[in-house]
Design a protein around this ligand. Structure first.
Ligand SMILES: O=P(O)(O)O[C@H]1O[C@H](CO)[C@@H](O)[C@H]1O
Ligand SMILES: O=c1cc[nH]c(=O)[nH]1
Length: 310
């Protein structure tokens, strides 16, 4: 049976683990935070938006960009890493999640418990990342309407106690529409809605011919990518199914917004210059900044500025 998304009453984060209640302390090991050592409601109780992405530098740049876009005091240079006691993740009220499902999954377990312990309500969580495009111009931003696995199914499979547990990967449809509406505020790049394929690997798992191992021909690769495109896939990355499943089951409204670094129907290697890639990486950040500003009533439909590069 597939477990699917359920938004809980009162907008609270919904923890589905009966063992947690019996624990007198919860140590969020990878975040270097805990319920006895930190006053989590005081530190995080007012959080409404959580943005996560792959690299610490990119997320620090995004935190500084948001600081400016929200008109907060100071220049944002002094923003401290809340998780400075560990080098696994970093957090500036936005944070990196590393690469791939195992990394994002560990981070989300602890982040979701953190939001629960902090008694946060009505939280929206957005993954802002990079991806390989499928039949779309490089630099396009894809808002995911459905996260699918490498067989194009909207499911996240995990082996739990030796059995395969299947979880649904529904994302919030209203959030997709809201984000798309915000794309008018950042008109200098294409933004589209499509399915996102999540794989366990960057190379063979995404049909690349340029890994250390390759077990298929160019023809087979293109047949697979074309089948994915026919199934509605417009980009490929490595976290979205786990992200959608965990957030959805815990009652968080979640979205995935990724820029495409290349068109995989045209090649495997990412050859754009450092400057071009830096600018591409800022595109999802600019769209999400426009969304948060609009949600907070800080902007109508005007364009925003650019985050500094990482
Ligand atoms: O740019 P980020 O968010 O890291 O996401 C993408 O980039 C990494 C691969 O280069 C994978 O984590 C993939 O999902
Ligand atoms: O092709 C790509 C580019 C970025 N991230 C991915 O997972 N795949």
């Amino acid at each position: 049976m597939t477990e699917t998304t359920r938004y809980s009453g009162g907008g609270l984060v919904h923890i589905k683990n009966p063992h947690l209640e019996a624990m007198d302390e919860d140590v969020l090991y990878h975040l270097d935070l805990g319920t006895k050592t930190h006053d989590l409601p005081a530190m995080f109780g007012d959080v409404k938006f959580v943005c996560v992405g792959g690299s610490p530098n990119r997320m620090r740049a995004f935190a500084q960009f948001m600081h400016k876009e929200l008109g907060l005091e100071g220049d944002g240079e002094e923003l401290a890493d809340i998780c400075a006691g560990t080098d696994r993740y970093a957090m500036y009220r936005v944070g990196p999640h590393g690469m791939g499902i195992p990394s994002v999954s560990i981070m989300l377990h602890e982040l979701i418990k953190l939001l629960h312990h902090a008694k946060c309500r009505d939280v929206t969580i957005i993954r802002i990342g990079t991806s390989g495009g499928l039949g779309v111009q490089a630099g396009s931003v894809v808002i995911t309407d459905r996260a699918v696995d490498a067989r194009f199914q909207p499911r996240f499979e995990q082996v739990v106690l030796g059995d395969v547990v299947v979880r649904g990967t529904d994302l919030d449809g209203g959030l997709v529409e809201e984000l798309l509406a915000c794309s008018e505020a950042v008109p200098d790049f294409p933004t589209l809605v499509g399915h996102t394929m999540c794989t366990y690997d960057f190379y063979e798992g995404q049909g690349r011919l340029d890994g250390a191992l390759c077990s298929f021909s160019n023809e087979k690769k293109l047949q697979y990518l074309k089948r994915a495109h026919d199934a509605g896939v417009r980009n490929i990355e490595m976290e979205s199914t786990a992200f959608a499943a965990l957030c959805g089951l815990c009652g968080l409204r979640a979205a995935v917004v990724c820029v495409t670094l290349l068109d995989r129907l045209e090649g495997d290697q990412i050859r754009a210059s450092h400057e071009v890639l830096q600018e591409y990486q800022q595109r999802p950040q600019r769209l999400v900044a426009a969304f948060i500003q609009r949600r907070l009533g800080l902007r109508a439909a005007a364009g925003n500025t650019r985050p500094s590069s990482d």
